[in-house]
Design a protein around this ligand. Structure first.
Ligand SMILES: [Zn+2]
Length: 320
């Protein structure tokens, strides 16, 4: 029998990543399409179906080649029903029946999980997890996402909301407003947005030096600017990075004290900062972790980059 493929889909607010992936988790073809969230997002599933058909046509292959579709979607998802609870930035109404609609459009079976969970499964299967069956993945991007794998499977929780590591409260009183409605969430500190917010506050209160000059020059700063300036010894930037590392290290230690995973994998754009962030995060992690935990839980950087989502989604299609 000829090799069959899985489709991995990583649905984002602006682009949708797609890949044909074989049973060994190897990407055969990958490509992207824009996510059309106009008209309450009604074209999203149609465009994914068309993209798969066009790619098969291009490769002169029939649909029999495909076993099924795995998909990562932003927001909490009911794994059993494939209903997405709320995704403001895709235009969908609450409780959107994504699985049913995509199955109708593609005539393929579909399984859907939260995008951060898919990234965690991808890292477990083919990335930094290196097959670890107890793994926590924290994605530090525009927001902070989390996926918890215990005994080789994602921990879903009673309503699919387990692993919302970004919304662990780091500042119990007087913290910044989070998109989720709470204040003081880890996401308001350790996301790219949170790092920029802290840096701007620091500049407003009279911070000077490299970052301040950059801000005056460009009229804005990015999280990368903050890390670059910290690497060059800019005091204000170091303050922000150390504050971020303290909260992140503390949260990771508490997660590790609860789960004692083999690995905690940090992914997303912010994790590309490398040692300037990783070193103080690990220092704080070691300070706050239970002795037996810090000897066995390792913090590592994600390996798959943008491919983690589609590979993890394909793992779902293969195993579920
Ligand atoms: Zn929050």
């Amino acid at each position: 029998m000829a090799e069959k493929w899985l489709v991995g889909v990583d649905l984002g607010g602006t682009t949708t990543k797609l890949a044909f992936i074989n049973y060994y988790g190897e990407i055969i073809h990958k490509w992207e399409i824009p996510t059309d969230n106009s008209e309450e997002g009604k074209n999203i599933t149609i465009n994914i179906a068309k993209a798969i058909d066009h790619k098969l046509e291009e490769l002169d292959l029939s649909k029999d080649k495909i076993i099924g579709i795995g998909m990562g979607a932003p927001g909490p998802v009911n794994l059993a029903t494939g209903v997405v609870y709320n995704t403001v930035n895709l235009g969908w109404k609450d409780n959107y029946p994504l699985k049913d609609l995509l199955e109708v459009e593609t005539s393929l079976s579909v399984i859907i999980d939260n995008d951060a969970n898919c990234a965690a499964l991808g890292e477990m299967w083919k990335g930094a997890g290196n097959g670890a069956k107890d793994l926590v993945c924290v994605t530090l991007g525009t927001g902070v996402g989390g996926g918890v794998i215990a005994n080789g499977d994602i921990v879903q929780g009673v309503s699919g909301a387990a692993g919302e590591i970004g919304h662990i409260t780091s500042v119990p009183f007087g913290g910044a407003q989070c998109n989720c409605g709470k204040t003081g969430c880890l996401e308001t500190i350790a996301s790219a947005t949170g790092i920029v917010r802290q840096a701007l506050e620091n500049l407003k209160s009279g911070g000077e030096g490299g970052l301040s000059n950059l801000y005056k020059e460009n009229g804005f700063i990015t999280a990368k600017d903050v890390f670059d300036s910290a690497r060059n010894g800019d005091e204000g930037s170091l303050l922000v990075v150390n504050e971020t590392a303290m909260h992140l290290g503390l949260a990771l230690a508490n997660i590790a004290n609860t789960l004692n995973p083999e690995k905690i994998v940090l992914g997303g754009g912010v994790s590309k900062a490398g040692d300037v962030l990783l070193k103080p995060v690990i220092e704080n992690f070691l300070k706050f972790a239970f002795p037996g935990v810090k000897e066995s839980t390792v913090i590592d950087i994600a390996k798959l980059g943008n491919d983690a989502g589609v590979i993890g989604a394909a793992w779902l299609a293969k195993n579920k």
